[in-house]
Write a protein of this length. Sequence first.
Length: 310
Amino acid sequence: MTTFAQKPDYSLYSNAFGYLRQPLNFEPQTSDADVVVIGLPFDMATTGRSGGRMGPGAIRQASVNLAWEETRWPWNFKLSECLSMVDAGDLVFDCGDQADFTSRVENFATSMLESGKTLLSFGGDHFVTLPLLRAHHKQYGKMALLHFDAHTDTYSQGSKYDHGTMFYHAPKEGLIDVEHSIQIGIRTEYEQQGHGFKVIDAATANDISAQEIVEQIKQRVGDMPLYVTFDIDCLDPAFAPGTGTPVCGGITSDKAMKIIRGLKGLNIVGMDVVEVAPAYDNSEVTALAAATLGLEMLHAWAVSHNKAPK
């Protein structure tokens, strides 16, 4: 059985190859891992500052700060004892070819899901979520979407490859059900008439408790298969400066983690964290936030799928 790697006596800056120091496995479909981590080094759909292609590496590097913990506070179990995981490295595609990247993401994700794995994906710009949703739809049918972001990404005027149009296309392709989907942290302009998604904007999210937000999420999602996507610019730039389109007035990393923890019990089928651009980061705080959110998602997934001890 592939389990979490034994905790070696490494320093925080050495041998940080896999996420949370997990083993690299470039043929993950043959492993017995529950969860496969994949990096998607793509930023050719950005409309602002590029650099998201370097995000997966930065997230892995920052994750060494989390790897030494056996029991992640405030969870009461060791993830290493109930979850097996491998890191498949970064997706390889023809450099500069957006169509090739899109098809390779969908094909890779499809093969992982068909082999019984769950994916935790690190971007890359937010466009990467669209081919991931296409693959997950093949396995789970129409899904609910929990979307953390400063932007709705429902804009119709973008190009075919645009990190602001994924959730305009996804409902039209029948991948997600907007009536069971919810967006958290929005604080930029969007067409509200006919929007479909429930929105808890950033100002509201900052004024109410994390528990109130969780209750609204659970009421909205119900028992549908749930895909969770977290654009790091949902966080205020004070907590995540290293991103392509930062917007003031976002939520704190503390509130985001509390919300993610509250997802336990929901039918989480896929997860991603995107838009980390390390060239604009300060002291790796954005990469650390992304790595930590991924870890919280893994704990919530483990509880939801009865992997964690009762």
